[in-house]
Unconditional design. Sequence first.
Length: 289
Amino acid sequence: MQLSGTWNYPTSVRFGAGRIAELSAAVRETGITRPMFVTDPNLAGLPMTRNAIGQLTGVGASLFSDIRPNPVEANISDGVAAFRDGGHDGVVAFGGGSALDVGKLIAFAAGQTRPIWDFEDVGDNWRRADPARIAPVVAVPTTAGTGSEVGRAGVVVDEKTRNIQAQATLANPSGLLRAGMFVQVEAVLPESSHVIALPASAINHAPYGDSVYVVEEMKGPDGSTYRGARQHFVKLGPARGDLVAVISGVEPGQEVVTSGVFKLRNGSAVQVNNDVVPGDNPAPRPQDS
């Protein structure tokens, strides 16, 4: 069964397979005539992103993808500058939570005169904003779970303090908590773990499992030794930019092939050449973005 629906929360929400085809219509309905398309660098070069941008032909859309996985103030400032320089009047935010947050913050900050920290979601700070100068946003989530597409706030890291402000809603059925009371808060974070980080280009993805090739000393049919590649199946953890965490399957100190893995088979002879070093950028930017 295919689900589809349209409702307000508090603005129009379009849900269902294929609704991306309505992107151009949604942009026009908000009154945007020259949108800035905001996404992250990993999505910028993908076919689905090019398809979405292609629907905006004729309205002067331009791409902004200089976004870190956990956005910082510079991402917002650079986006605001690009928004103003391009003469844009609205934002299409496309991606996960970071891209959606940055898109919303660009649309908000481009028309304000105060720094974004003056609008921190505390007390009545929101009253400082000039609502008439907030640009419209069309948010297109490519992941499920963040809820940023319907949230009023955007999350950004203050690089000066490396702090993230957090708020919570607590049940208070007996009325013991009063406004202004001091409380002790404990943030429960996931346990840290040691992993081996490998370039994404070292991973050989296949239906039967993920693997890497480790360079080892091997013996040929004639008994002579040579350097060859042996396939090791691995368990992968999260990825960050150019790097992927390997939880198991390789050991520290082992030499892993980082390019051309799709050409290798168990026992293939290899020649090590480290003149070209794979990237380790936590937020790489595609060359064609």
